[in-house]
Ligand binder design. Structure first.
Ligand code: DI6
Ligand code: FE
Length: 405
């Protein structure tokens, strides 16, 4: 006997093939324990006995959303810096004057682990209340062993308290910390020789990321860090070609990165390298918008090359103070020209791939974790269409209904 049977619903399974969105108009979904046991058209149900049957009045069920790129753990905020930017200062100017990421580093170092966990849990609960059951959280505002570990532990605590799966990424190479300003090589040594091995040994991180750009690390430096990650058995991701073309995507392809993220300035060669390596392109339209909407990422070229596209909020205090994944979907369509189906695929199936979780979550298929979102909409395109509407009706995480948060 199944534990739970969801009926009288439409299911956008987000599987490849079949009709668009993998849509099953009159669907049933059976859950056993933490997993999806069966999904299909209701009249094909092999049996209908379940401990609990929930009729959903034709609501739409999708895979729970996956926010595959966030910086959810941080101290303080950067509203004052935003006011400066509105007055004409650029993100790069502010960074050069010790503001920007470094100001969040100061606030994060000053915060206790409990404070960081609590504020991150509040943010994670907001994401969960919009249908997210998996969130990636990066470190990168600690920039020393103690504070990077503190951030990653806080990320795990936040996930538990919000009933959401957290995937942790070590971003020690976010920016050169103040105490190494005149010896960046020594900081990279620390990241490669001590921090990455410790993150792997203590199982504090699932992947390693580098911010590769003019205000952060060069492609050669990122290459050293990727080699250290490989030696410790950790997969890599890259903040690539956001503010300028640094050949970041080429490097991501060379190291078979799970994803290369941002990509506004990615080159044709970079796209080809990503396609050959199966690297996911994570586009972050909220950061693009909040920085004033510069160059668009080359969506048509990514599509043509067959690079899978994911969409995330990039929630962070500097360039994307955004806790609305559905708004990110809307912006992916209105600003970057994705179709609503591409956008939703980008926050489900392809977002799972960007985290190496494609076997576990991201589609509605038998055997996968029962991570589901139930929406009060009549078609999947509405998820990207509305801005700021309370569309979520229920969320399932590992087979359990979380109700409305
Ligand atoms: N790219 C981003 O969008 C964020 N970090 C990064 O490497 C911005 C982080 C910040 O400004 O605090
Ligand atoms: Fe980021």
């Amino acid at each position: 006997m199944w534990d739970v049977l969801l009926t009288d619903c439409q299911a956008a399974t987000m599987t490849t093939g079949g009709s668009s969105y993998g849509l099953i108009p009159d669907a049933a979904i059976a859950i056993e324990g933490e997993r999806i046991a069966w999904v299909g058209t209701a009249r094909d149900l092999p049996r209908a006995d379940a401990h609990e049957t929930r009729r959903l009045d034709q609501a739409l069920v999708t895979p729970a959303l996956i926010d595959c790129h966030t910086h959810l753990v941080f101290g303080g905020d950067r509203a004052a810096e935003w006011e400066l930017r509105l007055g004409g200062a650029s993100y790069e100017d502010i960074a050069a004057k010790g503001g920007g990421i470094l100001s969040t580093v100061r606030a994060t170092r000053a915060a206790s682990e409990e404070e960081l966990a609590q504020s991150a849990a509040r943010r994670a609960r907001v994401l969960a209340g919009q249908g997210v059951s998996t969130v990636e959280i990066k470190s990168g505002y600690g920039l020393d062993m103690v504070n990077e570990c503190k951030m990653l532990r806080a990320a795990a605590v936040a996930g538990k308290s919000a009933n959401i799966r957290v995937v942790r990424t070590f971003l020690g190479a976010h920016i050169v910390p103040p105490e190494y300003q005149n010896d960046r090589g020594a900081y990279i040594d620390l990241v490669c020789n001590e921090m990455i091995p410790a993150m792997a040994r203590e199982r504090l991180a699932d992947a390693v990321d580098v911010f590769c750009d003019t205000i952060a690390f060069t492609t050669a430096e990122a290459g050293r860090i990727f080699a250290a990650a490989a030696a410790s058995g950790l997969p890599v991701k890259l903040h690539a070609d956001q503010l300028s073309d640094q050949a970041g995507a080429l490097l991501a392809g060379k190291y078979r990165a799970l994803s290369a993220d941002h990509l506004e300035y990615v080159s044709e060669k970079g796209i080809a390298a990503m396609a050959a390596a199966g690297t996911v392109a994570v586009l972050l339209p909220c950061a693009w918008y909040f920085l004033g909407g510069g160059k668009n990422p080359p969506v048509a070229a990514l599509r043509k090359a067959g690079v899978p596209i994911a969409i995330a909020t990039d929630c962070n205090p500097g360039t994307a103070p955004v806790l609305s994944p559905l708004t990110a979907l809307n912006m992916a369509c209105t600003s970057f020209g994705l179709t609503p189906e591409e956008a939703l695929t980008g926050m489900t199936r392809n977002a799972a791939a960007a985290l190496g979780l494609q076997a576990k979550t991201g589609t509605i298929e038998a055997g996968k974790s029962a991570d589901l979102a139930v929406w009060n909409v009549s078609s999947p395109a509405e998820l990207a269409y509305w801005i700021g509407a309370p569309l979520l009706r229920d969320r399932y995480y590992r087979g359990r209904s979380m109700g409305m948060v």
